[in-house]
Design a protein around this ligand. Structure first.
Ligand code: PAF
Length: 284
């Protein structure tokens, strides 16, 4: 696997691969990789001639009081995982390589979409995500880019950005990967102490109960959210940020649980904010 730290190196390598007629898949990550990321690399490996993963903790998507400094990092471990899953190139730039000191150009969706769900408590988050993902698309020029369904709002926002700005990349959504007890895999799970790790199961329990109720025909969002909220509130270490049902594309509140509606949550377990979700009718 090639490890590249400059934009120039990536551009030259991709140009060579494209001249050879190979398709290129991009898996954008912030590192500290787990099996969720590995599943994205596997999918990219299946669909593309060459696979690039980016490994960059993007400062512009963290708010002033968020965990940018504490965000876990282990590049050597990431390389081992990527290599084992057949990644061809890892792009691991410095902050200075990605952002000039006076960088002041951002990509932002100017409607309600990024203000819903996670956007309510993380007002600049999706602007940072759209900006860095646009930069990665410009640097790598991938044919396909792979994102996890766990970050459902991010995925919807990136699809919208790709459409609005006519990026020539196809977005591929990959299902949530869970621990054997149900907890959705996340780099932030490492923040949890053993007691919090146990408490964190309230998220997946609520998701599974909600999913089962929707499958059994519950169509009333309010009733479903009450059921899910009750499960989370029964856990003393949990504090709900939101549990919501929204249109899967616009992220606007949905009253009726029709196919494609996203039921999503963010819950603090102690100081750690975790997210989970499901789509009514399943991921298409
Ligand atoms: O999902 C993530 O890890 C990040 O938001 C992403 C897409 C790599 C952008 O920094």
């Amino acid at each position: 696997m090639i490890a590249a730290s400059t934009i120039q190196e990536v551009r030259e390598q991709v140009a060579q691969w494209k001249r050879a007629g190979l398709t290129v898949g991009l898996v954008p990550t912030m590192g500290y990789l787990h099996e969720g990321h590995a599943s994205l690399v596997d999918k990219a490996r299946e669909m593309c001639g060459k696979v690039i993963a980016s490994d960059f903790v993007n400062p512009t998507q963290f708010g002033p009081n968020e965990d940018l400094e504490a965000y876990p990092r282990d590049f050597d471990r990431d390389c081992a995982l990527l290599e084992a899953h057949g990644c061809d190139l890892v792009f691991h730039p410095s902050v200075e390589e990605m952002y000039a000191p006076n960088a002041a150009t951002y990509v932002e969706i100017l409607d309600e979409m990024p203000k819903q769900l996670c956007g309510k408590t993380r007002p600049i988050h999706f602007r940072g995500v759209c900006t860095v993902v646009s930069k990665l698309f410009n640097i790598v020029q991938p044919d396909y880019a792979f994102f996890g369904q766990k970050d459902a709002q991010q995925l919807a926002i990136i699809r919208r950005m790709v459409r609005d700005l006519s990026f020539g990349v196809q977005i591929v959504a990959c299902p949530i990967v869970r621990e054997s007890d149900g907890l959705a895999k996340s780099s932030r799970n490492t923040y949890l102490n053993p007691e919090e790790r146990q408490a964190a199961l309230c998220l997946s329990k609520a998701v599974f109960a909600g999913q089962a109720a929707a499958e059994e025909g519950q169509r009333d969002a309010k009733a479903l959210l009450k059921l899910m909220t009750g499960i989370i509130e029964a856990e003393p270490l949990a504090r709900i940020d939101y549990v919501s049902a929204v249109d899967g594309e616009t992220m606007l509140p949905a009253d009726e649980l029709t196919d494609g509606v996203l039921v999503a949550m963010a819950v603090y377990i102690g100081k750690t904010r975790l997210i989970d979700n499901f789509i009514v009718g399943g991921l298409k």
